[in-house]
Design a protein around this ligand. Structure first.
Ligand SMILES: C[S@@+](CC[C@H](N)C(=O)[O-])C[C@H]1O[C@@H](n2cnc3c(N)ncnc32)[C@H](O)[C@@H]1O
Length: 351
């Protein structure tokens, strides 16, 4: 980073975050799969146990049946980490519906080489049903209906940082000085960022800090182009725009995570800790709409999973499965993960 700053000048925060998280040698996510779970830096719904994948599989199955049981369909997962969620989903589909399972191709989109090895190891028993691809362009010649989804991926996409000064926005950047990385504030020169910042409106106090992503469509486009139509499903923490950019949210949502402790200084130990910011779901919906996808209203994970789990809960009456019920409670209770995460479903008719 120091060398790059010396040759190119200060790094815009989004470039800093991309390097800190995804540099192929030293990036936080390029360092294997120790980040998620009790011994790592944070828990996710996947690390709670297999129930999350089992319930997602029911939603995917409902999609397949509703689409007229196409003879071939595809699920594309982003941010698949060590492949646990993929294995949970595939295992459940195999158990519930042999026809749907036989018709399925499960694709993991994984840019980081080090993770592809772990994922193929985890999915060895599903080798006939799954592929792990560094990028999705290879699917363009064989479009299928299906699903693109990810758990806690959008919050890990690099974001820009803004600060309000004298009634206008400046962009926060990272320079080098006094022997270390340091914060800088610069004029906004990127037209996309300038217009997105104007779109946030007025009424922000001096010193108000926030984050913004201007490139959700760059992330969604290859996924959209790899499907003939179907469902996109994003699970993450975040808000709709008016709530996100509320004048009272003066410090933004940027956080770091290390050993289950949240921090607020991403310049500390870059590559050694997670960096994340909430998702502006309105921006995701707008980006998806330009690609032909229509959004359903945002739902909390608790409500969404409880609806999906109805039949499973009824079938369990009289013969409870305590371990799965504990997972269900963690995933759905508002004081645990139920209100923390939102589900965005986007639909596109088959072309
Ligand atoms: C917070 S982790 C979530 C891991 C896993 N989905 C879970 O819920 O346990 C975020 C993951 O998103 C991945 N990621 C970020 N940008 C991505 C992209 N453009 N394509 C695919 N994966 C990406 C990161 O490498 C990381 O594995």
């Amino acid at each position: 980073m120091r060398a790059r700053i010396a040759s190119e000048g200060p790094l815009r925060f989004a470039d800093f975050m991309a390097m800190a998280l995804y540099d192929p040698d030293l990036g936080y996510y390029a360092r294997g799969t120790r980040q998620v779970g009790g011994a790592g830096d944070f828990f996710t719904s996947v690390s709670v146990g297999p129930l999350f994948g089992k319930l997602l599989a029911q939603r995917f199955l409902a999609y397949w049946r509703g689409a007229g049981m196409p003879p071939r369909w595809r699920i594309i997962e982003c941010g698949a980490h060590d492949g646990s969620l993929a294995a949970d989903v595939l295992g459940e589909l195999r158990e519930r519906d042999a026809a749907a399972f036989g018709a399925l191709e499960y694709v993991i989109a994984e840019p980081l080489p080090v993770l592809r090895g772990d994922q193929s190891e985890k999915l060895r028993e599903f080798a006939g049903q799954s592929r792990i691809l560094p990028e999705l362009a290879t699917l363009a010649g064989d479009l299928l209906p299906g699903i693109a989804f990810g758990n806690e991926v959008l919050d890990a996409l690099p974001c820009h940082l803004l600060v309000r000064r004298g009634g206008r926005w400046l962009e926060r950047a990272v320079g080098w000085g006094h022997g270390g990385l340091q914060w800088l504030e610069m004029e906004i020169t990127d037209p996309a960022l300038a217009s997105a910042a104007v779109g946030l409106g007025e009424g922000f106090a001096d010193g108000y800090r926030t984050e913004i992503r201007t490139r959700y469509s760059d992330f969604l486009m290859p996924l959209s182009h790899a499907l003939r139509g179907g469902l996109m499903l994003w699970v993450d923490y975040g808000f709709e725009r008016a709530e996100y950019y509320h004048p009272a949210r003066g410090e933004g949502t940027l956080r770091t995570f290390s050993h289950h402790r949240a921090g607020d200084d991403p310049l500390e130990d870059p590559g050694g800790r997670d960096i994340t910011a909430h998702v502006d779901f309105t921006a995701v919906v707008e980006a998806a709409r330009t690609l032909g996808w229509q959004a359903k209203p945002l739902r909390s994970q608790g409500v969404w999973l409880t609806e999906l789990a109805r039949d499973w809960l009824l079938a369990m009456e009289g013969r409870p499965q305590p371990a799965l019920l504990r997972q269900f409670q963690t995933l759905t209770h508002p004081a645990q993960l139920g209100a923390r995460f939102q589900i965005l479903e986007l639909m596109r008719q088959e072309a």
